[in-house]
Design a protein around this ligand. Structure first.
Ligand SMILES: Cc1ncc(COP(=O)(O)O)c(C=O)c1O
Length: 401
């Protein structure tokens, strides 16, 4: 057979959500009423005005042909206006904004467009899987930046070997962070990253997918709040989490015109961009009221508090995150010695609760578990009740609680 997987793809670890998805189906077949706290797919409804805009645009014959590959000018302008309003950052909608079929697509294709085989990329660990797998698919070499709990899950830029900095073409950063929920205490990390980018000539890829989901008044920054960032950085965002529109696949990248143009060139060969009627929905979301965003943050905050209180009730301590939609915590003491994947496999198959094992986010994720806050408080409490039952089966007889 000559048409097997190429070497780049065969190097990839199996995609964690595919494996967990198979186990979920198995659990349902066994008769469990599944509680899914795995993938970070928002359960909240998309804004009504975005739905109405898509419906209206769908009736217009102008949306029935191929979309413009680099997006409707109105969408690019709406993105630039949103960045101005939210972060006081200015972008030329023609050259510094590019619509995407979700930010995952954009990040993956940017890596393919920029990297030559063997090029190095500084990647956090743990990380959102495309930050890691996208580099391997593009034939690049990963230089891991460990995110340690004792550093608030921020990379220690001073610890990066000089040779890696010199070799790197890209550094990837993501705050509010998936999976850890960590936030930046101030802009210092971004300033330091930009200074290194200026010295070594690499591009900072800042993934800001969760900038609008903040708790207790927390508001995340953009890298473009820093002067000169456009020389060295691009930032990815999307309507997926901000407006609970993950299924619509509407993202965008802003920033360095050369990098944005490079990605646009590759996409021009591969896809026709986002369907036009959906771009109208994105415009409506970006230009519409902020209420859906505030409501989403309030809902995730309430769920965070409900989950953490319930976990405390079964003796599992977790630190409340300030942003994003995840609770990231070490395996409970009853599971000492178990790998995070084994812990999650048994929990799904025997108790019908799906979580994501930390190891699915990179080597530094081992020993951790990620809960997605994608169910209302009552369901989260039920899930924790089942987890409590599960933990009792793990505890060695007679062990102290
Ligand atoms: C950090 C991060 N970036 C990007 C994405 C992809 O989002 P989308 O492709 O829906 O814009 C996700 C999705 O979970 C994410 O967690």
């Amino acid at each position: 057979m000559k048409f097997g997987m190429n070497q780049r793809l065969s190097k990839l670890p199996p995609y964690i959500f595919v494996h967990i998805g198979n186990l979920k189906r198995e659990a349902v077949a066994k008769g469990h009423k599944l509680i899914d706290l795995g993938q970070g797919s928002p359960d909240l409804p998309s804004p009504k005005h975005a739905i109405a805009a898509a419906q209206k645009a769908m009736e217009d014959v102008k949306t029935h042909g191929y979309p413009i590959a680099n997006g409707l000018p109105e969408y690019r302008k709406a993105v630039a206006a949103w960045y101005k309003k939210r972060f006081n950052a200015d972008f030329n909608p023609e050259t510094e904004v590019l619509p995407l079929i979700g930010s995952k697509e954009g990040i993956g294709h940017l890596l393919m467009a920029v990297l030559d085989p063997g090029d190095a990329v500084l990647v956090p660990s743990p990380c959102y899987p495309v930050h890691y797998n996208g580099v391997l698919i593009a034939g690049g070499v990963i230089k891991l930046m460990p995110l340690k709990e004792e550093n608030g899950f921020l990379p220690d830029l001073k610890a990066i070997p000089e040779a890696d900095l010199a070799a790197a073409k890209i550094m990837i950063l993501n705050y509010p962070n998936n999976p850890t929920g960590a936030t930046l205490p101030n802009l210092q990390l971004l300033k330091d990253a930009l200074a290194l980018a200026a010295k070594h000539g690499f591009l900072v890829v800042y993934d800001n997918a969760y900038s609008e989901i903040g708790f207790d008044g927390y508001k995340a920054p953009s890298i473009f709040e820093l002067p000169g960032a456009k020389e060295h950085a691009v930032e990815f965002h999307s309507t997926s989490k901000t407006y609970s529109m993950a299924g619509w696949r509407l993202g965008f990248v802003v920033g360095n015109a050369a990098a944005v143009g490079t990605l646009g060139k590759l996409k021009g060969f591969l896809d026709y961009g986002v369907p036009s009627f959906l771009q109208h929905a994105a415009i409506a979301a970006l230009e519409g009221s902020d209420e859906p965003v505030r409501k989403a943050s309030a809902a995730y905050q309430e769920r965070r508090d409900a989950l953490i209180a319930a976990l405390k009730g079964i003796g599992w301590e977790a630190t409340p995150p300030k942003a994003a939609m995840y609770v990231w915590t070490r395996l409970p003491r009853e599971a000492r010695g178990m790998k995070s994947l084994e812990f999650c496999e048994r929990l799904i198959l025997d108790h019908g609760v799906a979580l994501t094992p930390g190891s699915g986010f990179g080597p530094e994720g081992e020993g951790f578990i990620r809960f997605s806050l994608i169910q209302p408080p009552a369901v989260l409490r039920e899930a924790v009740g089942r987890i409590g039952t599960y933990l009792k089966t793990l505890k060695p007889a007679g062990a102290a609680v």
